[in-house]
Design a protein around this ligand. Structure first.
Ligand code: ADP
Ligand code: MG
Length: 423
């Protein structure tokens, strides 16, 4: 964490030529269970992880916004371009120097930020400013800002680097602009950023995890009313840990499969005459089989059974029954593989190897089509499990996965400077 803070601070100075006013951070997340249930107004159970994105920020005297990222782990197309937006927002070429390892800073007019006019990664920070405007901030009267991001959340790995960058900036601007918005309002603003500005049709899961999680606990979130309670994971006392297997197969939420899954869920809800699939029970769905086309039925069956699995997982955690949690995780994976069809051969292999290696349960996590799997596993099994996963991927000629343990961590927060910045 210390080096990340220093990196953010130094990256800001390198990009903009002066020191930032403050540092704020937000975590990535894993979802223990409850996938694609958020936009169906159901239940999810994520937790914030000990990998974060740090925003180093300073307000400006004018209305410009300049964004820069050291993008250490970023190699995605949307970040490698680094060119200025061709939309109406770019006023003049940035006079700033590119940060040492990252992309050159990009420059926009705050009051003119609008969806579809900003391309590439800059849509995330600009979207946050826009989202804050949508939930009540008077952007026209607020100063612009310079922001630099440093992160150790892998990008496009299903660990929600997107919510981490959004929420780090949201808590930064909430404080710097003295907005006084509560966390629920920040969830709304950052979700709007991703959905309404970037154009990724995701639900509130990721932003809620980054803004509402408590250390050591998962966040049991009702996506219909936004209410949430922490549920103690009790990993340490049980001798358990959560291992992430990043398959290095990148997903892309803005396009394709995610939107198609969402559309099928909405079609199913309409055919069943309910507001959202949240309102359907498993027996009701089975009884209404004939009212749905085959695709809609299978998508709905995943969502409806997954909602129930989240409730069962919460009950199992509260009862101190990790064995049962593991079973539910595995059932969730099977449902995503067979009914929702969002798994990949790499994710399936990671789950299979984890189970063979003594995990209590394992499943893909995040939106799917690549990204990461998680395994709930006894701590002492981890070294052998990591080896086994690497070997199994190697044998099949898959890209070498990255495996690491994640700990349930704090939500977005202000950070203290490591060194007093020179003034
Ligand atoms: P995930 O959230 O699972 O990592 P997404 O596709 O939702 O994957 O979001 C990844 C995108 O978010 C990146 O392509 C980039 O545009 C943006 N992003 C995330 N983290 C950063 C960062 N530290 N700096 C710049 N852009 C970032
Ligand atoms: Mg994301």
């Amino acid at each position: 964490m210390t080096s990340l803070l220093t990196q953010a601070q130094d990256g800001f100075t390198a990009a903009f030529g002066y020191a930032p006013e403050g540092l704020w951070s937000a975590p990535g997340r894993v979802n223990l269970i409850g996938e694609h249930t958020d936009y169906n107004e159901g239940f999810v159970l994520p937790f914030a992880i000990d990998r974060r994105t740090v925003a180093a920020l300073a307000l400006r005297a004018d209305g410009l916004v300049r964004v820069s990222s050291s993008a250490v782990s970023l190699s995605t197309g949307s970040l490698s371009t680094g060119s200025l937006s061709t939309g109406s927002l770019s006023t003049r070429p940035s006079s700033t120097r590119p940060s040492s390892e990252g992309t050159p800073a990009r420059e926009f007019v705050l009051a003119a930020a609008s969806p579809a006019a900003v391309r590439g990664w800059a849509a995330y920070p600009l979207g946050v400013a826009w989202g804050l405007g949508r939930v009540g901030a008077e952007l026209a009267g607020l100063p612009g800002f310079d922001v630099h991001f440093a992160s150790d959340v892998p990008v496009g790995a299903g660990l929600s680097s997107s919510a981490a960058i959004e929420c780090a900036l949201a808590v930064a601007l909430n404080e710097a602009w003295r907005l006084g918005f509560d966390r629920t309002r920040l969830v709304e603003a950052t979700h709007l950023a991703e959905h309404g500005f970037v154009g990724a049709p995701t639900g509130i899961l990721d932003q809620s995890a980054a803004l509402l999680s408590a250390e050591g606990a998962a966040l049991f979130l009702d996506c219909r009313d936004g209410s949430s309670v922490p549920v103690d994971l009790g990993l340490g006392p049980a001798g358990l840990a959560v291992l992430v297997v990043d398959t290095k197969v990148k997903h892309e939420h803005v396009s394709g499969g995610y939107a198609a899954r969402r559309a099928a869920c909405e079609r199913a809800a309409r055919a069943l005459g309910v507001r959202a699939l949240r309102d359907v029970t498993v027996p009701q769905l089975l009884a209404a089989r004939d009212q749905l086309d085959d695709e809609a039925y299978h998508r709905a069956r995943h969502v409806v059974t997954e909602d129930q699995r989240v409730l069962d997982t919460v009950a199992a955690l509260r009862a101190g029954d990790p064995q049962r949690v593991g079973e539910l995780m595995l059932a969730s994976h099977d449902s995503m593989r067979d009914d929702f069809e969002i798994s990949t051969r790499e994710l399936d292999l990671a789950v299979e190897v984890a189970m063979d290696g003594g995990a209590l349960g394992a499943r893909m996590t995040g939106g799917g089509f690549g990204g990461s799997a998680i395994a709930l596993t006894p701590v002492e099994r981890i070294p052998a499990l990591r080896l086994a996963v690497g070997e199994a991927f190697g044998e099949r000629g898959y890209r070498a996965p990255e495996t690491f343990v994640v700990r349930p961590s704090q939500s977005a927060r202000r950070e203290l400077f490591e060194h007093t910045p020179e003034s």
